[in-house]
Write a protein that binds this ligand. Structure first.
Ligand code: NAD
Length: 346
């Protein structure tokens, strides 16, 4: 049997993809039964949130979403939802804004429509990360998975070049780890390979012309594919390292993914030959770790943890945290191996 036996649970989300699809959000809200939607955004994307509100009757705007989903912001948003009698949520933005929508849905079970404007992939997962008093915790619950995702390529034209690059490398990391996940399957592997190929093809163009629509649509499709992989199978050492570095040491999310990915791929290479062959094929380069490192360098992504503000004496503690509650990974590791890996990324 060349196709292995597998189990695959498809995401129930409805996906609307294209250019100008933002105009369809009102209809999609109605489809979810919403009459008083609450649009969520960050302060930086307030104008985009206002424009969306203006096109949906009865909509209200809460534009205070923040990185790592602080519980005090969620509490304020809940107050606003109650005061306005909000009956569904529309998260317009990146992982931070979508995180706020998930946090509200977790507490209210309101229906969610996500309109992603980065490539982070949170819209496709039932994982919610939250922070309170400087501590980050994550939970998994089907209630937090958005019911509808509207991808509008035009919204990504304003994503700054640097964030486009790091966010796309963040997406590629989901697919890479999906390819060697212990619960991976032919469906997620096909999506992962397509996702990496679409992003790797689009990125050099986006880095030169950030408003190239063809490249942007490839990248957004790739982000959907990679996000779907993230939402379907278990992530490994790379995501564990990034969660520790972001959650306990305050490193920026997408940049940390960009720095760590080539190092973890090199670390896992010998233990996951099939995944490596697929990554190489998707990148169109013979060696996946070198290919990813070259791609990051060519695109001007950060390449050192030191540059992201990690203190060198934090490395031992970080290695301890990774080993204390590890994620399943194709290659076994201990504290010394993680320490070495972090030093090479430093
Ligand atoms: P982000 O949402 O924090 O956005 C970064 C900044 O870019 C914000 O100021 C935002 O307003 C702005 N921005 C976003 N899109 C823009 C656009 N198109 N044009 C102009 N400005 C734009 O960044 P992110 O990397 O998407 O999200 C990171 C967060 O998402 C982290 O907290 C991470 O933990 C979380 N995340 C969660 C999951 C999950 O499955 N739960 C998955 C991936 C990421």
């Amino acid at each position: 049997m060349t196709t292995p036996a597998f189990t695959y649970a498809g995401s129930p989300a409805r996906i609307v993809f294209g250019e100008g699809t933002l105009a369809r959000v009102g209809d999609e809200v109605a489809r979810l039964g919403g009459t008083r939607p609450i649009v969520l955004a960050t302060a930086q994307q307030r104008a985009a949130g206002e424009a969306l509100c203006a096109q949906i009757a009865g909509a209200g705007l809460f534009a205070e979403a923040a990185m790592h989903t602080p519980v005090e912001v969620t509490d304020r948003a809940l107050g606003y939802v109650r005061e306005r009698g909000g009956d569904c949520l529309v998260a317009l933005g990146g992982g931070s804004t979508i995180g706020l929508g998930k946090a509200i849905a977790y507490r209210t079970d309101l229906a969610q429509l996500a309109v992603p404007t980065t490539y982070a992939g949170s819209e496709a997962t039932s994982v919610l990360g939250q922070s309170e008093a400087g501590r980050k915790t994550t939970l998994r619950d089907p209630k937090v998975l958005p019911e509808t995702i509207v991808y509008d390529v035009l919204l990504t034209l304003t994503l700054p070049r640097a964030l486009s690059v790091t966010s796309a490398l963040n997406a590629i990391a989901h697919a890479v780890e999906g390819l060697y996940a212990h619960d991976g399957n032919p469906v997620t592997s096909a999506l992962a390979e397509q996702g990496i190929a679409a992003l790797a093809r689009a990125l050099p163009t986006i880095a030169q012309r950030h408003d190239d629509r063809d490249a942007r649509s490839d990248a957004l499709f790739g982000a959907w594919a990679c996000g779907t992989v993230l939402g379907s199978v278990a992530m490994g050492l790379h995501h564990k390292l990034c969660h520790v570095l972001g959650g306990s040491f305050g490193l920026p999310h997408a940049e940390t993914h960009a720095v760590m990915l080539p190092h973890v791929v090199a670390f896992n290479a010998a233990a996951a030959p099939d995944a490596m062959a697929r990554i190489a094929r998707a990148l169109g380069m013979p060696d996946p770790a070198t290919g990813l490192a070259n791609l990051a360098r060519q695109l001007g992504a950060p390449t050192q943890l030191r540059a992201l503000g990690l203190a060198q004496d934090a490395i031992d503690h970080a290695a301890e945290l990774v080993v204390a509650s590890p994620y399943r990974n194709p290659r076994e590791f201990d504290r010394a191996a993680i320490r070495e890996l972090l030093i090479s990324a430093y």
